[in-house]
Design a protein around this ligand. Sequence first.
Ligand code: NAD
Length: 276
Amino acid sequence: TSIPRITLNNGETIPQLGFGVYQIEPADTRRSTLAALEVGYRHIDTAEMYGNEQGVGEAVRESGLDRTDVFVTSKLNNGFHSRTDALAAFEQTLETLGFDYLDLFLIHWPLPAVGDFVETWKALEEMHASGRVKTIGVSNFQPQHLRRLLDETGTVPAINQIEVHPYLTQDNVRAFNTQHGIVTEAWSPIAQGRVLGDPVITAIAGRLGRSAAQVTLRWHLQRGDIVFPKSVTRSRVEENFALFDFELTADDLAAITALNRDERTGPDPDQFNWIP
Ligand code: NAD
């Protein structure tokens, strides 16, 4: 299978389908990531907050693949928003992964009440200028947070990674991203399993002879978003990768989009100011 790549606003490209490792135990991460690489995934989404960067790095090395053949994302944890802390945390992330460069580094949460994400973004601009990270972006940024970056700094984020799934279609944030050349990554793309019993989705899946997870992930891909479903179960890791030999109709896409109920599985970025 060849996974489509999306071109970012800095000219770099990213595989549209990846493997997420949130809530994979540090001790399991090397094995799970290696399995995903064996299945064919070439894009891994981790974060300092997940505590499992080391296993991701080990798996990439153990896979025998060239480092340049795997796209790896990590994220700056919430306690490290000041310039000095951010630069040090980035170096620590590279060291833990055992890499000499990162493909994508994101500010994990805006923490609006802390109020320092513009300084944090300028630190990411410095990391990018150093050549040690190819692409920089943000996660969980709302339009008003992005607006400040656009107005007060010189770099438009390449990516905004936000919660998106059929029960949270995120029309406003996705439209803002698109208008400004920012690619949307959809986290918790199957809402951690919550959408899989939805009768609209299971009916489409039945008609196509596909699983509800495959239909939901395919819906994201046809909307143009990047996804990285998480699983530690080999058969599901394979199932979530088999998305390129069927297609949803325009009516299927519209029916799934109409399921929106603005229901989050995770925190509201406007209210979330937690520092570990
Ligand atoms: P997800 O929507 O990918 O759901 C994962 C869960 O769904 C699994 O634990 C498993 O129980 C189930 N599942 C997976 N595949 C299945 C299948 N084929 N059939 C049935 N059940 C299946 O949820 P997620 O892990 O929260 O999100 C994916 C990735 O997004 C994470 O691993 C992480 O990389 C990223 N993420 C980012 C943030 C952020 O704040 N930036 C937050 C949450 C997640």
